[in-house]
Design a protein around this ligand. Structure first.
Ligand SMILES: [Zn+2]
Length: 466
């Protein structure tokens, strides 16, 4: 059965103040209802004043998503009742949105068309205290600028929806207009239908994982209905994140239920071609361009270039270190070792204990032969788990590589102990040397370099032969 998925993604733009008032948007660590004023509380007689920065950020996003940017846009009132919306309507854009007809390509080169993007205000937030028989409302979020990105129904699996959301996050973060690590900064609704069935809208999805789970659940639910010859109703469903299921909320509203009409308190917004072009010129390098440049400039592999450009933090981390240490080595250690270790711990680079100075120190010590690769990995793990500077860790934990002279002594000791393997080797059983290398490695607790050890062993054993 063919699956069709379209997404409506809401992202909070990183403006300092709200969309129509002067209240700050950094509300997350504040007491409820402390970032409010008559405008965002929807008090009668208050008037909205548009935040220009939100238009600029929205335009940047639109350009990065290859949309046609409107020269004239208009805000509308979308009327509905809900406690988190004190005015009784949400100011949003309707038939004259900021951008239309965009597209974005996923890593597998699949094209996802973007129908439109528009600006609107975030509603407040309902808080449900555990086991209480009431709900609380926090209006700190009310009026924070949201960019809504609506796709065409171009995705055909939950995995693809997840890749799309990741791509959106990556792109907007490169523009510095969005921070996906903030709680609730990206939310989405999904429209999903199976061949021969009605379309359900799933609301309340707040993470990539959530999107994948909600959609997988919906596909199974709709498949089962269709198999039994039952109807899949056109309805709105709510995703219950804790139970990973979707529940029926209500029959889907029709557009006319909202009684859209032009917002009389805001003028038509004009955006000249000149202005759009000047924003275009200021756009920073996007992931795709950066990937191509990394490939050309640093002679790293395609996979490395792709991994290193998944976030701006990571790309800058790599690039700044590459100015001091060999770029190829840096790329290998960042992608193979550091990213793996971060992933294993479910940490992001910016929230981890690793920084550029520490990483450069480790790579330099490695280059100079003062520590082994195994030692470097252990140091990286130690920093991620417990913090500290590699200089101190090398001292405390004795991660120093064995010096050549000491290694000679250890090798001789191992050879004396393992005369049988030595004889085998001399008789022509070349694989006996692997056993001896292993013995040296275990004796030195991994602080000897395997390649050096093998070379030394070969040399000494040749002497035995003669
Ligand atoms: Zn306000």
């Amino acid at each position: 059965m063919n699956v069709t998925i379209g997404l409506e993604v809401h992202v909070q733009l990183l403006t300092k103040s709200k969309l129509f008032c002067n209240c700050g948007t950094n509300y997350r660590d504040s007491e409820p209802n402390t970032h409010t004023c008559p405008v965002c509380l929807g008090l009668p007689g208050s008037l909205p004043v548009l935040n220009k920065k939100a238009i600029e950020y929205g335009t940047m996003a639109g350009l990065a998503l290859n949309c046609d940017i409107a020269n004239e846009m208009q805000f509308h009132r979308k009327n509905y009742f809900y406690p988190d919306l004190p005015k009784g309507f949400q100011i949003t854009q309707y038939d004259r949105p900021l951008g239309q007809n965009g597209e974005i390509r996923l890593d597998q080169d699949k094209k996802i068309r973007i129908k439109r993007i528009h600006l609107e205000e975030d509603p407040g937030r309902l808080v449900h205290p555990p086991s209480a028989r009431y709900s609380l409302i926090d209006y700190n979020r009310s009026g924070v600028p949201l960019l809504e990105i609506v796709t065409k129904p171009d995705m055909d699996s939950p995995q693809e929806a997840r890749s799309f959301l990741k791509k959106i996050r990556e792109t907007l973060e490169f523009l510095d207009i969005f921070d996906g690590s903030l709680d609730g900064a990206m939310r989405c609704d999904a429209n999903i239908s199976l061949e021969g069935g009605g379309r359900a809208e799933v609301k309340n999805i707040s993470s990539y994982k959530g999107a994948e789970k909600a959609l997988s659940y919906e596909i199974t639910r709709q498949k089962n209905l269709l198999r039994r010859g039952k109807e899949v109703k056109r309805e709105t469903r709510h995703f219950d994140e804790s139970q990973e299921i979707t529940r029926s909320m209500r029959e889907k509203e029709q557009e006319h239920d909202y009684r859209y009409f032009p917002e009389p308190d805001l003028p038509l917004i004009q955006l000249t071609e000149e202005k759009i072009n000047s924003i275009k010129e200021k756009l920073p390098e996007l992931p795709e361009e950066k990937r191509k440049r990394f490939l050309d400039q640093y002679e790293i592999t395609k996979d490395q270039a792709k991994s290193l450009t998944t976030s701006k933090t990571l790309a800058n981390f790599f690039e700044e270190i590459s100015q001091q240490v060999n770029p190829k080595k840096t790329a290998t250690w960042v992608t193979d070792s550091l990213m793996g270790e971060l992933n294993y711990r479910d940490q992001s680079l910016s929230e981890s204990n690793m920084n550029k100075q520490k990483f450069i120190y480790i790579l330099e010590k490695l280059r100079d032969g003062d520590i082994t690769e195994k030692g470097a990995t252990k140091i990286i793990r130690h920093i991620l788990d417990e913090g500290g500077h590699p200089k101190e860790i090398i001292k405390q934990k004795d991660f120093k590589a064995i010096k050549s002279q000491n290694l000679d002594q250890i090798i001789h000791k191992i050879l004396e102990k393992n005369s049988e393997a030595v004889e085998d080797y001399i008789k022509g059983k070349e694989e006996a040397i692997n056993y001896l290398v292993g013995q040296v490695m275990s004796e030195t607790k991994g602080k000897a370099k395997p390649a050096d050890t093998r070379k030394k062993l070969q040399k000494i054993l040749e002497g035995y032969d003669g």
